[in-house]
Write a protein that binds this ligand. Structure first.
Ligand code: NDP
Length: 309
């Protein structure tokens, strides 16, 4: 078996070591040094350049190095009919839930405002509030959204979630579809985006959506930058409709040095680190899928290209 590794942000040497520890005979080639392209059976990828995957005529699996697959389906020249599998990774899921809980507590305990006061050397106590008085709304009740909901509930936040199809989750007010969006937004003092990026969710967080949140709400986006219309987010922060935003993902990554988010007083940002793939945790799942490809068995966590997630 031959695997091609395509990523500018994951360590090929570490992945090669992890994969070959389980499958010693696996040949790993690191793009763009791919040798004879016809040898390649499996591609392990993060943000493959447009047209790169089309080069491999005998590909039997495209495996994502992350839980999202929008970076794969973004390629208009993606070879049709080759199974695409995503990671469903406990380690990333826990990291994501932690990030959401951290952001929720950050705004709840007004740490953004205390950071400003610290810069002013101002010893002031702001009125405290409690988690029970701060309803959180999670866009996307999948693997990560469900985990984040459970952690937020354990802290004491009232939690609602919104999904495409109907869900029942203990202790979570579940809304779905277009009709469910308005009542969901109306009760979300903190909105968390954990949706996949698809044509149905691109640009969802726009002026119209933000206007339907309670005034002074906060936003955490750790899904994809494409979910947010950035100019509308800046306008909502400016008008006070939004109090603050914690952002991990952006339309352009790395975020350009002159982007207004960098210096905005009400924006806190991190460089797409909410959930990082660690080969120590994720390699076993890739190994299992390589085994399945070899055995002619259906792969795990195959994504439906029509649904896009
Ligand atoms: P899942 O596929 O498990 O869940 C997706 C959820 O979104 C489902 O509940 C689904 O609804 C819902 N959804 C999809 N489309 C729509 C729509 N049009 N309207 C309403 N709801 C919709 O995804 P995960 O939880 O595994 O991951 C979510 C995303 O998190 C990833 O796609 C990725 O973009 C992002 N991510 C970001 C990371 C980071 O470091 N910043 C790390 C890991 C992931 P239904 O249940 O009805 O199908």
């Amino acid at each position: 078996m031959t695997l091609v590794f395509i990523s500018q942000s994951d360590d090929p040497a570490l992945w090669t070591r992890m994969l070959q520890a389980a499958i010693p005979e696996l040949e790993v080639r690191v793009w763009p040094e791919v040798g004879e392209a016809a040898d390649v059976d499996v591609a392990l990828v993060w943000k493959p350049p447009r047209g790169a995957l089309r080069e491999f005529p005998n590909l039997r699996l495209i495996a994502s190095l992350g839980m999202g697959v929008d970076h794969i389906f973004a390629d208009p020249e993606l070879p049709a009919g080759v199974p695409v599998a995503r990671l469903v990774d406990e380690d990333i899921t826990v990291q994501m839930a932690e990030y959401v809980a951290l952001g929720a507590l950050y705004f709840l305990r007004r740490l953004d405002e205390y950071e400003d006061l610290q810069r002013q050397r101002s010893w002031r106590r702001l009125a405290p509030t409690t988690a029970s008085a701060c309803p959180v709304g999670i866009l996307g009740l999948g693997v990560i959204g469900t985990r984040a909901a459970a952690l937020l509930r354990a802290i004491g936040f009232p939690v609602a979630g919104w999904s495409r199809t109907e869900k029942r989750l203990e202790g979570v007010a579940c809304f779905h579809g277009e009709d469910g969006l308005d009542p969901f937004l109306a009760r979300s003092n903190l909105l968390v985006c954990l949706l996949p990026l698809t044509p149905g969710t691109e640009g969802l967080i726009d002026a119209g959506l933000l206007a339907r949140l309670p005034r002074g709400a906060c936003l955490i986006n750790c899904a994809r930058g494409g979910h947010v219309v950035e100019a509308d987010l800046l306008a909502a922060l400016h008008s006070g409709q939004l109090h603050g935003a914690l952002l991990d993902v952006f339309r352009d990554e790395p975020l350009p040095a002159d982007h207004p988010f960098w210096t905005h007083p009400r924006v806190r940002l991190t460089p797409h680190i909410a959930g990082v793939t660690r080969p120590e945790a994720a390699a076993a799942q890739v190994v299992e899928n390589i085994r399945r490809v070899r055995a002619g068995e259906p792969v795990l966590n195959r994504v439906d290209p029509a649904r896009g997630y």
